[in-house]
Design a protein. Sequence first.
Length: 265
Amino acid sequence: MTLNAPVIGMASTSDGRGYWLVAADGGVFTFGDSVFHGSGADNNDPDFVSIVATGDGGGYWLINLDGGIESFGDAPDVGLPRPTPMPVDPGGQPQTDDLPRAATPVFETEMADLWQGIVHDSVDKAMPAFFPEGAYLQVKVIADPAADYVSRLIGEFGLDIGAAHQLLGPDPTDAIFLGVDTNGSFAHWVVPGTCSNGVGYYELPNSRLVYEVDGQVRSFGIASMISWRGVWYVVHLGGVARIGNGGMVDDPAAGPGVPAKSSTC
């Protein structure tokens, strides 16, 4: 099969017996028991970044780079283009106890941004997926949370993006992002007073970023994501506990790997 544009996303059917692939031009390809509900290939937009299936597999959303969402099958229409899913600085808003879900267009867009950051070794491209500074300033009860956010958190994030970029091989743009596998049952509430935190949040450990290189499925971990106002954000990519001064890749593996349970803050 000759494609007009590279494959950039995948969504599985609810029974795990099929999947859809979407190409950058909006073309949709079905495998197994997945059903074709339409594509975005006719709208002349070459910048699709992800596909998200509905819970019953009767439809899906296609998400493009500018935030627009197209609905197919029984997927509800959420608007095209989509409004910004959250304020420019969500950290300026108070925390909630809403438990985030991964099967949402917002999360899929965040993870697509993270992937673009890794492919291009760019912290700026990946920042929409990272825990907001304003939220960190609310959470941490330490002497200078703003300096800690920039020098430690962002510094480590940049090093880890660079390490993951190197993992993709000599031409990272050839790698195909397949999605992020999470296990929501591993999410746990971190109470205020833990780890110098003044505000509580949910933490989700050891999800798996799955991709394909040269026809081989591979993966590595996202060490820790934490919640703010019902949305997951990456806070540690390569590792919570640091080893040495360089970047880290969390548990790189052949195959999709399996999310692992742990209790961190």
